[in-house]
Design a protein around this ligand. Structure first.
Ligand code: SAM
Length: 197
């Protein structure tokens, strides 16, 4: 029985990445996008700027490993947040200054409204703290947007997302205690390790 995408049950979940600096954030913003995909978000939006390198990396993973995710870049972050709320969605801003995730995740999970999860890079403008329906801390210590997003999504979906299957995948890993086993679904046979992954 295929494992359904958790967002089918919990509603639409998009990630909005703020403050991307192309000269230094390529890897980390790509990782935000990859965590969004792998941990069950169904949209990734890079605010205020388009970095083709980042978008192409995420697209490449979607092509090889499957999944349907809305991708968008260059949209003004503030307008995106306002429009999201205007169309009935709620905004969850991840920040170390927020309320502890365990104190709010139950209410967030129960709400059927589409969820926009906002993560920053450097200092996030005050606008987002004010507009957010929830400012949520993954513990009140500084760490990373990649870690914060992964833990938040995992708490939201209660771990279910790690079992989901990705439609349209060309490759699938056969879990193994040692070594690297990968099946090409197009060729119907095992292939070796892929792209240094
Ligand atoms: N001062 C920032 C803050 O408000 O969390 C830390 C900057 S951190 C380099 C970049 C991003 O990581 C933040 O904008 C936030 O989205 C996320 N982040 C870092 N630590 C976090 C935490 N403890 N809880 C939730 N999000 C966190």
């Amino acid at each position: 029985m295929p494992h359904r995408h958790p967002a089918e049950r919990y509603g639409r979940v998009y990630v909005l990445r703020l403050g991307h600096r192309p000269e230094r954030d390529k890897r980390i913003t790509t990782h935000v996008g990859l965590v969004a995909r792998a941990f069950g978000a169904n949209g990734f939006v890079l605010a205020d700027i388009c970095d083709e390198h980042v978008m192409a990396s995420i697209r490449g993973v979607l092509e090889r490993w499957g999944g349907r995710m809305h991708l968008e870049c260059g949209v003004p972050g503030k307008r995106y947040v306002r429009d999201w709320k205007r169309s009935g969605g709620e905004v969850i801003h991840l920040t170390m200054y927020g309320l502890h995730v365990d104190d709010v995740i139950g209410v967030i999970r129960e709400s059927p409204r589409p969820k926009l999860i906002v993560v920053g890079a450097e200092k996030v403008p005050w606008f987002y703290y004010e507009e957010a329906d929830y400012n949520v801390a993954i513990g009140n210590q500084p760490h990373s947007e990649v870690a914060a997003l992964a833990v938040f999504l995992d708490r939201l979906y209660m771990g279910e997302e790690l079992r989901m299957e990705f439609p349209g995948a060309r490759l699938r890993i056969v879990p193994s205690p040692r070594g690297k086993r990968v099946v090409s679904l197009e060729r119907g046979e095992e292939v070796g390790e892929v792209d240094g992954e």
